[in-house]
Ligand binder design. Structure first.
Ligand code: PLP
Length: 393
């Protein structure tokens, strides 16, 4: 038989599969497991949004929508961003609808980076930006900046160092705030200071703001405010309206850039399902504050999980946004986080995500998602306490 794998695109065969999904499959087969692994809200999509999707189906919105997205959705998204965060994008020319922010990221990276270019990624960070290595944009180099010693935030000094070292090859800075996996938020001053480092340089700031509505202790700040012309802004309905399965994301950028990103979208995806765009339009238009009750509940869970973990001996910074806590594996345990999560799920039936799945700086940490009920949090904490007592050396 011919060994066809040799003919798969160079680099792809050696690219790692997503370790988070692999573990999730493993843990999912264990009965009665408490799962702190979920990257999506455990809430239902609000009824008025579901009705809009059904209406779209009933009214035969069964045809291809315009490739950049229905104008209704683009207008609603643009108005939402403007009212909520003062971000101004022309819905006709500066907003593109994609298959979740996942596609927004890939389209943007493919549209703007060439072989030899450098993308700066502060780590630990959501691994989608790292799977790019060998999978999507061959020849683009990812320079990771480990933020573990700076409270998991990129500092202007460290960013400046990368630019001094690599010069004009640096073409993109990836920013995600509130941040997955640490729940860290940046203040406007911090973002402005980072913006100053790249201002007027040929560098895009890819700003993934998908968790913008899930902020607990301070208002959402955005790099767009001080760097509009260089920012590629992403947001979507997955997290703020509990609509991960609807698969709608939004990417916004100045027209000349957005239109290049749209070409990648046209080539790969064509357009998103029309009734799902109707639903997302309803979310942005009439669901301005839908995230509030969810946020209130998440905040209670964050407080309960944070205080429980701290009591058991996990060192962690109190997260300010999203729905994750990034905790250090306590002393008295081997610091190999992958080994730790498999041992924890096998012995205590508690599933968490290995910190190293989020790249450099994540080693020795584990990520808890509090997108689970308060009952599950209490049960999980009980099991964890017992596990730590029985296994700590
Ligand atoms: N960006 C970040 C930081 C995420 O955590 C996630 C999902 O976990 C996504 C993007 C993907 O979002 P979407 O469902 O819109 O593709």
């Amino acid at each position: 038989m011919v060994d066809l794998i040799k003919y798969v695109r160079k680099g792809l065969a050696d690219a790692p599969s997503n370790p988070i999904l692999k573990f999730s499959d493993y843990a999912g087969k264990i009965p009665d497991v408490v799962k702190f692994t979920l990257g999506e809200p455990d809430f239902n999509t609000p009824d008025h949004i579901k009705e809009a999707a059904k209406r779209g189906v009933d009214e035969n919105h069964s045809h291809y929508a315009p490739s950049n997205g229905t104008i209704g959705l683009r207008k609603a998204a643009s108005q939402f961003l403007s009212k909520k965060y003062g971000q101004n994008y022309d819905p006709e020319t500066e907003v593109l609808v994609t298959n979740g922010v996942t596609e927004s990221i890939f389209d943007s990276v493919l549209a703007t980076l060439n072989p030899g270019d450098i993308m700066v990624v502060p780590t630990p960070l959501f691994p989608l930006y790292m799977t790019d290595e060998g999978v999507i944009n061959e020849g683009v180099e990812i320079v990771k900046v480990n933020t573990v010693d700076d409270g998991f935030k990129l500092t202007p000094e460290k960013l400046q160092k990368v630019i001094d070292k690599y010069g004009d090859r640096v073409r993109m800075l990836v920013m995600n705030y509130p941040t997955n996996p640490t729940g860290v938020m940046y203040s406007q001053d911090e973002l402005d200071a980072l913006a100053d480092v790249i201002r007027d340089k040929p560098i895009f700031a890819l700003c993934d703001e998908i968790y913008s509505e899930l902020n607990y202790d301070q208002p959402h700040a955005s790099m767009e405010k001080s760097l509009h012309d260089q920012v590629i802004l992403m947001n979507g309905v997955s997290k703020s309206w509990a609509m991960t399965g609807y698969r709608i994301g939004i990417v916004c950028a100045p027209e000349n850039i957005l239109q290049q990103i749209a070409k990648v979208h046209q080539a790969i995806v064509t357009t998103e399902p029309t009734p799902m765009q109707d639903a997302a339009e309803e979310a942005f238009k009439n669901g301005m504050d839908d995230a509030l009750p969810m946020k209130e509940e998440f905040q209670k869970r964050r407080d309960a999980l944070y205080s429980g973990l701290t009591k058991i001996g996990f060192e962690c910074a109190k997260p300010q946004g999203a729905f994750y806590i990034f905790a250090k594996i306590p002393e008295g345990f081997e610091q190999d986080d992958t080994k730790f999560i498999y041992e924890l799920v096998d012995k205590a039936k508690v599933a968490v995500t290995a910190g190293s799945s989020f790249s450099e700086g994540g080693e020795g940490y584990i990520r808890f998602s509090y997108a689970v009920s308060m009952d599950q949090i209490e049960e999980g904490l009980k099991r964890l306490e017992k596990f730590v007592k029985e296994n700590k050396k």
